[in-house]
Design a protein around this ligand. Sequence first.
Ligand SMILES: NC(=O)c1ccc[n+]([C@@H]2O[C@H](COP(=O)([O-])OP(=O)(O)OC[C@H]3O[C@@H](n4cnc5c(N)ncnc54)[C@H](OP(=O)(O)O)[C@@H]3O)[C@@H](O)[C@H]2O)c1
Length: 337
Amino acid sequence: MLLPMSAPTIRWGFIATGWISGDAAADLGHAPGAVRHAVASRRLEKARQFAAEHGFARAYGSYAELLADPDVDAVYVATPHAQHWTVVNDAIAAGKPVLVEKAFTCTHAAAADLVERARAAGVFVMEAMWNRFQPGMRELRRRVADGHLGDVRAVHADLGFVNEYHHLARLVDPANGGGALLDTCVYPAAFAQWFLGTPDVVRAVGTLGPTGVDVEAGVLLGYPSGAHAVLSCGFTADWPGGATVVGTEGHAVVEPRMNHPPRILVHRRGRDVEVIDNPLGGQGLWHEFAHVGECLAAGLTESPVMPLDDTLGVMATLDQACDQVGTPHVDEGFPAA
Ligand SMILES: NC(=O)c1ccc[n+]([C@@H]2O[C@H](COP(=O)([O-])OP(=O)(O)OC[C@H]3O[C@@H](n4cnc5c(N)ncnc54)[C@H](OP(=O)(O)O)[C@@H]3O)[C@@H](O)[C@H]2O)c1
């Protein structure tokens, strides 16, 4: 499923210096051809500290300066999702290929706007749905596409964790795109999208926490074929984080946690269980960076593994679920309709 060529040298520019930027910077060393070129923060001192810690050659005190660096081949955007629209919009305008963290944006409207701009400009943009690029997950996708499970009739998936309110404020901050649906249900939603496409029915129930965003939710999806998906997410309980694909000829169990599973078990009717290992190498984040390099070398403006239409389908699902549960979302800088 990945492109059959080796990754070229890509000089990466990291935008933002938070939690996941640090993890991705550490993992980048596993990606062939990936160079830690530049990092930008809203504060120069923070960028310098991050650059020193992770071995980036240049540090900038604004995101605009990094986007103006002609030696940056591609940018990784890891601000909270509420800022994704502004930063990705600026990156597209600067002609920089973009890998942007999930959730792509806070609303479907902002996502559709970015997709339109990226396609008009011919600039590569991809959502950082990292588990799609891990070897075991790619193998599962191949086997399902080859009919190993027969006709896929259902997907079950969950992801969540117990969040102490004082601990990770971003997760429950309405101004920063807080809420379990955007933060964790994005993985189950993208998993269902991978195997079943875009649903035509979305039914969500959930609970709002003290800050007014959803802290747990269940989502039922229906598809034109009659298939369905059941998704759960939250910050309130000990969700196992597994996923199952159910077909007419068998089912596959993605062992927890479904965004970086250790292995996948394929149960085909009348056969012994088949085990697909998922060797991550590092934390498993680097595969998506390597894939971007391969796409750019092949002259692609979209990923065949995480295409923008899939991102739009996921955002449409999450948008409806957020509306039904009652979490309002705003993308900073995106002109409201
Ligand atoms: N792939 C994964 O497994 C994974 C895991 C965690 C998070 N994520 C995603 O990555 C993104 C960032 O999450 P995170 O946990 O890394 O967040 P975080 O620790 O809060 O860091 C976010 C960074 O964004 C920058 N930023 C820009 N505008 C900001 C604003 N108005 N408020 C706060 N920070 C702002 C800051 O960097 P500067 O101060 O340097 O400008 C900040 O350090 C989110 O979209 C999240 O969903 C993905």
